[in-house]
Design a protein around this ligand. Structure first.
Ligand SMILES: Cc1cc2nc3c(=O)[nH]c(=O)nc-3n(C[C@H](O)[C@H](O)[C@H](O)COP(=O)(O)O)c2cc1C
Length: 161
């Protein structure tokens, strides 16, 4: 199966729902670039969420002291406690944060990125970091990033496996 016929699965880690709003907007706005697009909040998920033949986006905010959101903890921890090779996984990262926390800026998304890379998954493109203090709208910025990311990365030559 090539990129164009793979679903895009967006896994959402959120506390106050900004990340879900970003994901839902991508679901509506990017259907011309890839179909189907599925949005799944992370609660109840574990490493088996990555069993699908799909392109993945981790869309996660940061809370606590640079932690993944509470609804993301089971999935995040299972990547460490039930590790398995994820070499088939291609993914992007939308990391939401706030630069008023300079030491942990966007660490929720970055933690997922680190763990997925450790398991052999391959990130396409750079991590998109949204700063809640920079005056831009997370939803508009996330959609714009994802449209560009899909155009740049979802090419048969870059994701065909
Ligand atoms: C209690 C609290 C703690 C936070 N801690 C961090 C942090 O450590 N690092 C960071 O970059 N952002 C932090 N943030 C900012 C959020 O990640 C940011 O506002 C994000 O857009 C929220 O997305 P959400 O509504 O999907 O949860 C924190 C926000 C709150 C309310």
């Amino acid at each position: 199966m090539n990129a164009a016929s793979r679903p895009l699965i967006i896994l959402v880690g959120t506390v106050t729902n900004t990340a879900e709003q970003v994901a839902r907007a991508i679901e509506m706005d990017c259907a011309d670039l890839i179909q189907p697009i599925e949005v799944h909040r992370m609660e109840g998920l574990d490493i088996r969420a990555f069993d699908r033949d799909a392109l993945y986006v981790i869309c996660s905010s940061t809370h606590g002291a640079g932690d993944v959101p509470q609804n993301a903890q089971t999935l995040y921890e299972s990547l460490g406690s039930e590790p398995r090779y994820l070499g088939h996984v291609r993914y992007g990262v939308i990391a939401l944060g706030d630069s008023i926390y300079p030491n942990t800026f966007c660490h929720g998304g970055l933690r997922f990125d680190e763990r997925l890379a450790d398991l052999g998954a391959v990130r396409l493109g750079e991590v998109f970091r949204h700063d809640a203090s920079d005056g831009t709208d997370a939803v508009a910025a996330g959609v714009a990033w994802c449209r560009n990311w899909l155009a740049q990365c979802v090419k048969p030559s870059s994701i065909h496996t």
